[in-house]
Design a protein. Structure first.
Lengths: 101, 150
């Protein structure tokens, strides 16, 4: 497998992993670690959004490695699964944004 | 950051975001019509760069939003507050999908012919989703900005 193809597949797997991680984080946050009512919260020194984005980027790195391993072992499987992965990750983030903003 | 600086960055962020939305829509259209072609790849790269720049500008505004606007927004119009929270999620997703779609498109152009169709399909899904989410985020921002701004 050529390096450019592997890099592209890694980026796509990374994107899917980042989206799924973000959606899971937000759902867990809202369900188990609810923040105070934003209408009553004057200020907070930490940004939940930046934390979620940072953790999602970490998960993206994991996804990239996973994608690379799969692409090296079975390029056809990696390519065949990618559209489903991207569609599934998009559906996950849409469901999270709609139901658990 | 001063209020004036926030206002300037917010204006720039709005302009960049809408240009990025247009670029994403063009890139998705080019991909859907012409497949994994060089013009589609160039458009996708430009669109991904623009949405990333818009995201970086938004990141600069986040602290100002959190300290100056968020409580006010939720007190006056909680529905708009939650709409803006949704906008943040959609904007993040749009940026990530634009990058992922570009990666899939790059792989489709460079890769083995047996995988090309699947990779191009992944790129089309990512590009279309990114354009749609970016548009939704931009519209949500305009709705909220009409009520509350720096």
């Amino acid at each position: 497998m050529r390096r450019a193809e592997a890099a592209g597949i890694c980026a796509a797997f990374a994107a899917a992993a980042a989206l799924v991680a973000y959606a899971i984080q937000r759902v867990v946050e809202r369900r188990y670690f609810p923040e105070p009512n934003p209408a009553l919260l004057i200020w907070t020194d930490s940004s939940a959004f930046f934390w979620r984005a940072g953790v999602s980027l970490y998960a993206a790195g994991l996804g990239a490695f996973g994608g690379l391993v799969l692409a090296r072992r079975s390029p056809r499987s990696a390519a065949r699964g990618l559209p489903w992965l991207i569609a599934g990750a998009t559906a996950a983030i849409l469901a999270q944004a709609a139901l658990s903003p | 950051m001063s209020l004036e600086a926030l206002q300037r960055i917010a204006l720039l962020h709005g302009i960049t975001a809408w240009i990025a939305v247009a670029a994403l829509i063009l890139a998705a259209a080019a991909l859907l019509r012409r497949g994994a072609s060089p013009p589609a790849l160039r458009l996708a790269a430009v669109a991904a760069a623009l949405i990333a720049i818009a995201g970086a500008q938004g990141a600069l505004l986040e602290e100002g939003y959190r300290s100056r606007l968020r409580q006010k927004l939720f007190l006056q119009a909680p529905d708009l507050g939650w709409l803006f929270e949704r906008k943040l999620h959609l904007a993040f997703a749009a940026i990530v999908l634009a990058s992922g779609g570009l990666g899939a498109l790059w792989a489709a152009r460079s890769g083995d012919p047996a995988s090309r169709d699947d990779l191009a399909r992944a790129a089309k899904i990512a590009a279309t989703a990114s354009a749609a989410l970016a548009l939704a985020a931009a519209v949500a921002s305009v709705i909220v900005a009409r009520h509350t701004r720096f």
